[in-house]
Design a protein around this ligand. Structure first.
Ligand code: ADP
Ligand code: MG
Length: 312
């Protein structure tokens, strides 16, 4: 199995539940419940990939503070290697305050240190220790984004396979040159909305058509509607392992990515990668948050069996 390097954003989520009402300037309201936990898509991906059984190293930027310690500690407990984390003296660890109202959320993010990770800080030396590079949340990391082409080119020239989940662009500018970067990405993992925004199209078919000549393999997540695999001009679709009793969908896309990459780094056929991705995406939705259902391999297998009649 190939060893994986994850380069991505790291932050802490402060989640407030059962809130009195909406906050108003000059007033104070109460929340009944609070959870402080490791946030960020890249961390969910790395943790869950590790729980599935992969060897995973994380390279990201945190501050020299208590939130940074919480992040390092949580990743380590999940089995993710943290020796390559960069601990900035200049910047504080980022955090997101999540205000939960029933099924909807209002978030405020302070990006902090993760905004300042740049591609040159991912040195060639680390590529000698791994065989696959995964990058996520490119729009949350402007310094990394400006060097993304160089990063993927270097990884490819060191013989790595590569994947990218672009994730949402909070600025909604969707400024990423796909024509330039996709040739260096083996697996491109957008969800439907991200694909359409990035390609400025309005259907999955048009979105795929617009990049198929430069892309290698594309896997498009479409929530409960399943997912698509595009390889060498051919598109295949697989249904979701439908969960009609969703706890929440936080991290479902990251768990989908983890499932896909877990099979890919074992050289499994691509359609099996996609099917397993649908399974891990669905497993994610059976518990709240992105990592709870992926506590360990036994728990993952149990949920697969009891909720989706699937034996891993
Ligand atoms: N209700 C559901 N039942 C089963 N699987 C789901 C459900 N919702 C999401 N998933 C799985 O999670 C994956 C990612 O969800 P999606 O919302 O498309 O991505 P993202 O989290 O990036 O927005 C889907 O492709 C699917 O496999
Ligand atoms: Mg996503």
């Amino acid at each position: 199995m190939k060893k994986v390097l994850v380069v991505g954003e790291l932050n802490v989520d402060i989640i407030l539940n059962n809130i009195d009402g909406f906050p108003e300037i000059g007033k104070e309201i109460l929340a009944e419940q609070m959870t402080v936990t490791l946030g960020s898509s890249s961390a969910i991906f790395a943790s869950n990939l590790c729980s599935l059984g992969a060897d995973v190293t994380f390279l990201g930027k945190i501050g020299q503070d208590q939130f940074g310690e919480l992040i390092e500690d949580t990743l380590q407990k999940k089995g993710v290697k943290t020796d390559s984390l960069i601990k900035s003296k200049a910047y504080a660890t980022g955090s997101t305050i999540v205000l939960n109202y029933d099924l909807d959320r209002a978030n405020i993010t302070f990006p902090g240190a993760m905004e300042h990770l740049n591609a040159q800080e991912v040195e060639d030396g680390i590529f000698a220790e791994v065989e696959h590079l995964h990058v996520s949340s490119i729009f949350m990391q402007p310094a990394l984004k400006s060097g993304i082409l160089d990063l993927f080119k270097r990884a490819k020239s060191c013989g790595l396979t590569t994947s990218l989940d672009p994730q949402w662009d909070p600025s909604e500018q969707w400024d990423l040159n796909l024509q330039e970067v996709l040739p260096y990405i083996d697996i491109f993992l957008p969800n439907r909305a991200e694909l359409l925004n990035l390609t400025k199209t309005s259907t999955i078919e048009d979105g795929i058509d617009s990049i198929t000549d430069v892309a290698n393999i594309i896997a498009v997540k479409d929530g409960a509607e399943g997912s698509y695999l595009i390889n060498k001009g051919k598109t295949e679709w697989l249904p979701a392992f439908l969960n009609k009793n969703v706890a929440d969908a936080i991290g479902a896309g990251d768990s989908f990515d983890a499932g896909f990459i877990f099979q890919y780094i074992q050289d499994k056929p691509l359609i099996e990668c996609l099917k397993f991705a649908n399974l891990t995406g669905a497993i994610n939705t059976t518990e709240s948050g992105g990592t709870k259902a992926f506590e360990n391999k036994d728990r993952i297998m149990e949920i697969a069996q009891t909720r989706f009649s699937y034996s891993i």
